[in-house]
Design a protein around this ligand. Structure first.
Ligand code: FES
Length: 241
């Protein structure tokens, strides 16, 4: 059995396996710490800084990124101090300057008492949480997109801003984006994503277009299943023969 650590969050005693991040432990105890770039399917990343908390250990108090920092024996965590609120407030003003209208951000902003950014809006849409790049690399395993440039010009892009050769059009980046800025469309048997058209395959049973041909080819190579397994859509696959 994993070693356990006992620590407190906002005065409440919590037990968690050693190595658990503060954010995960808080989640397990139904304590909400706001976060935007955390995704339990992905490796800790610490980009957005919304999840900052204050910790005290051996009389030393500091601000830490709770999605990366691990809980440890005797640690005291506070999720709502003045310092914490100040950091979150600054982060939210910066995020709203990039994307002032998305409901997820507006709701989080309202919880901090913020209506609009105190900075000039320079609309980018993307909040640089990096979930799209990470899901593509860590879960799908194709690394079709990545970060480009540095500083304020940093953005998510395809290599050389061209049609991404490695993309299988699975749509994972589109689905994982918390602010919905990666467009994906389907029309007449074609899925369009990253400004590229991908033909879809038709289910051999019901005739419905169900997945991009390239995605199915990728899965066929990846898993050891009968050759015809990916000829049918999920609905038809789940109907017993
Ligand atoms: S959720 Fe921790 S830095 Fe984004």
């Amino acid at each position: 059995m994993a070693d356990m650590v006992t620590f407190t969050i906002d005065g409440r005693s919590i037990e968690a396996p050693a190595g658990t991040t503060i954010l995960e432990a808080a989640k397990g105890a139904n304590i909400l710490i706001p976060n935007l770039c955390h995704n339990e399917e992905l490796a800790p990343y610490g980009a957005c800084r919304m999840c900052m908390v204050e910790t005290t250990h051996k009389k030393r108090t500091k601000l830490v990124v709770s999605c990366i920092a691990e809980a440890s024996e005797g640690l005291e965590v506070r999720t709502d101090t003045e310092r914490v609120r100040n950091v979150r407030t600054l982060v939210m003003h910066l995020l709203l300057a990039r994307n002032p209208n998305h409901p997820v951000l507006k709701k989080m902003a309202a919880e901090l008492g913020i209506e609009k950014s105190r900075f000039d809006v320079d609309f980018k849409g993307c909040i640089m949480c990096g979930q799209c790049v990470r899901v593509c690399r860590e879960v799908v395993g194709v690394s079709a997109i990545g970060f480009e440039s540095r500083g304020p010009a940093r953005k998510i892009a395809t290599p050389f801003n061209e049609s991404p050769a490695a993309c299988i059009a699975c749509g994972s980046c589109h689905y994982v984006c918390p602010v919905g800025v990666i467009p994906m469309e389907e029309h007449d048997g074609v899925r369009t994503i990253w400004k590229t058209d991908f033909p879809m395959a038709k289910c051999s049973k019901c005739g419905k277009y169900f997945a991009p041909v390239k995605q199915l080819e990728y899965f066929r190579k990846l898993v050891d299943l009968p050759a015809d397994h990916f000829d049918t859509c999920i609905d038809c696959r789940s109907i017993k023969k």
